[in-house]
Design a binder for this molecule. Sequence first.
Ligand code: ARG
Length: 276
Amino acid sequence: MAGTLYRPYRSYSMNRIFNLGLCVLALSLAACGKQEPKTAAAPAPTEYLVGAEATFAPFEYQNEQKEIVGFDVDVMNAIADKGGFKIKFVNTPFEGIFNFLAQGDRDLLASAITITDERKQTVDFSEPYFEANQLIVVPKNSKVTKFADLKNMKVGVQSATTGDEIVQKELGKNNPNIKRLESATLVMKELEGGGVEAVVSDNGVVKNYIKNNPSEGFRLISDPAFSKEYYGIAVKKGNTELLAKVNKGLAAIRADGTYDKIYAKYFADSATDSAK
Ligand code: ARG
């Protein structure tokens, strides 16, 4: 019958194809609609990738939604706001973290990184943005009172950190008693499980850990062998343009009180603390 011949979308499958086609068309129209007219669009602000090893609360850690949050994130966002650029934090292992800059996989590192002369040979650092020091963590009943007491003990450190360096110096580089793990959290777990007798790590992190795990009964010890450390934001060696933006932003957030607000949010209760 001629009538049926001219009803082309009669069959179920043909209808489906037609409807799908409409959907695709509708979707692409919707997507088109979202785009700003080419002539009026401002150039998208550069988005810099910021590397951080995000198990280092309160400096950088993941919240329940797996977003990287913390002191360093707030500081970096405030700096980026001032400089009119965008940033995105990317979880990055700490050991070898500086290579990510050299290879161009990250533009910045904000990961509670201590500025050291050795590191300065491979990357450039911003002005210091945080003062820190190492602390020894031991179980409450430990006999340890000073750094030298760790000489023949099993000591846990996060690999490639300044804590790792100082413990290697005291105990010997290849001393099998040094347990080097990839995150500070793993190191603290190791202490809880008795796999190590002491931990050496950054004050802010161990204090935060103890605050959140009060039942573990740990004790903190500071030692004159631990000198003051200063955290800096790292850029690829020679990236003076980005470094200048960061330093400018840092100066601005210090000047207008933003930095102090962020500091108070994370460290309000440790401002007058002796083991700061
Ligand atoms: N401040 C120490 C260092 O620079 C430890 C930093 C570790 N940072 C981290 N996000 N895991 O070596």
